[in-house]
Design a protein around this ligand. Structure first.
Ligand code: SF4
Ligand code: SF4
Length: 426
């Protein structure tokens, strides 16, 4: 299907349309190689292919129409920004974490070179006027997770209005109190920007919508435990990435429709890889769209990824918000509790993450773990040592990789992945 002409919309958002056209061309080619070349894909992946083909088009048009109807758009970079609060004010939440190294040169004029690729990427997208999501936002919500993001938001605020919430790094009672008050402060800011009051009914609706989205992803995860696995890791990652952009109700219904098809595949023993393919778990930093580098390398070498212990994966969707709160204060308590359970490496100590990795290896029938960390990401590169120790105790093979968004290290990564898969075969 031919894409409509969105050029006037991109111009009105202030994008560098020529450079943006180049970006879409590169992405389209990469998508063909990495995604459309897969054999025996579930048919209902066609919806997600369509979303990607329109990711800077139709979805942005929807956001702009919603804004004309008086709704507000909130961008965020992290799982600690609760979508439930935004939905409660009839707002729209979009994920802004960028997974491509376009704009790196511009970003490095402001940020130190030894900043992680994810931070350089969102900064570069803004400075190069390449991201329609950033431009479509009424407010960007940042958070004090790692030092890199915390300081980058101060600078980012010069280019786009950014409101920062404080995330504690310890789950102590003081940390919990701080976090609960930050949730309240964010709710007040969202009310102010959207001009709408956050009520108990609105919050209940927000909680229900996001829980349904997460339940659909739980269903997808459960199906990936089958052997042969009915869907590739690449496709599952793509779905997890799209959850940050798509309308949440539509997204959940499409994931459930896909799961109906996967159910049938499982019943009839149809897999996307042979039953004896090596099953691998990927753990570590989030892979924001369009970062598909490592999954492609792993799967084109014959293994299949059965789970992601990542924010763009199970770490982000594992827990639901308890829906038994009656008042605004009670529901905000439940929201705060749920988000503080997210076991990001910025927390110390963080034993839950180590337990979750081992538990996922067992429940998904994985035979090894690839730990993925972005270069210069202190939380994940340092926590990798604890992961190694914990998995060593359980004799679970681990490959630790550090990389960025460039294609330069692909041959080197491929060699290391191939050697690891050889070890797993033995
Ligand atoms: S890894 Fe941590 S800081 Fe990054 S998105 Fe996830 S929760 Fe947020
Ligand atoms: S990958 Fe690491 S350094 Fe980069 S934003 Fe996330 S936590 Fe911070």
């Amino acid at each position: 299907m031919k894409m409509a002409d969105y050029t006037p919309m991109w111009h009105s958002l202030g994008l560098d349309v020529e450079a943006h056209d180049g970006l879409l061309r590169v992405l389209g080619d990469a998508y063909k190689d990495i995604y459309l070349s897969q054999e025996n894909r579930p048919e209902r992946m066609d919806y997600f292919d369509f979303v990607i083909s329109e990711i800077h088009g139709l979805r942005i048009q929807e956001l702009m129409e919603a804004r004309r109807d008086g709704r507000r758009v909130f961008g965020s970079f992290c799982l600690y920004v609760p979508e439930e609060l935004i939905l409660a004010a009839d707002g729209i939440s979009v994920g802004l974490c960028a997974g491509a190294d376009v704009g790196t040169e511009a970003a490095e004029k402001v940020l130190p070179r030894n900043t992680c690729a994810l931070i350089k990427s969102f900064f570069g997208f803004k400075l190069s006027a390449l991201c329609p999501y950033i431009e479509a936002c009424d407010l960007v919500v940042g958070e004090t997770t790692c030092d890199g993001k915390t300081k980058a938001y101060e600078l980012f605020n010069d280019y786009k209005s950014t409101f920062v919430i404080e995330v504690p790094h310890m789950r102590t009672s003081a940390g919990r109190q701080l976090w609960r008050s930050e949730i309240e402060r964010l709710a007040a800011k969202i009310e102010h920007v959207s001009g709408r009051e956050i009520t108990a009914d609105g919050l209940r609706k927000g909680v229900w919508i996001v829980n349904e989205k997460r339940r659909a992803l739980h269903r997808l995860n459960a199906l990936r435990r089958s052997n042969p696995v009915p869907i590739s890791g690449r496709d599952a990652l793509l779905i997890n990435q799209i959850q940050f952009y798509d309308d949440p109700v539509r997204f959940a219904s499409k994931v459930n429709a896909l799961c109906d098809e996967l159910d049938e595949r499982v019943q009839s023993g149809v897999g996307v890889a042979p039953a004896d393919a090596l099953r691998v778990l990927v753990s570590g930093c989030p892979m924001a769209a369009p970062n598909w580098k490592l999954p492609f390398i792993i799967e084109k070498n014959g293994a299949v990824i059965v789970g992601e212990e990542s924010c763009v994966g199970e770490r982000g969707t594992r827990h639901l918000v308890d829906d038994d709160g009656a008042t605004v204060a009670e529901i905000l308590d439940r929201v705060a509790e749920r988000y503080l359970r997210t076991d990001c490496a910025v927390f110390t100590p963080n034993p839950e993450r180590l337990d979750h990795i081992a538990e996922m290896v067992r429940s998904y029938g994985a035979v090894g773990v690839v730990h993925y960390a972005l270069q210069f990401c202190a939380p994940y590169t340092i926590e990798a040592a604890s992961v190694e120790r914990a998995l060593g105790h359980e004799r679970i093979p681990l490959l630790k990789l550090e990389t960025d968004y460039s294609a330069q290290d692909v041959p080197q990564l491929e060699t290391r992945v191939q050697a690891f898969l050889e070890i797993l075969k033995r």
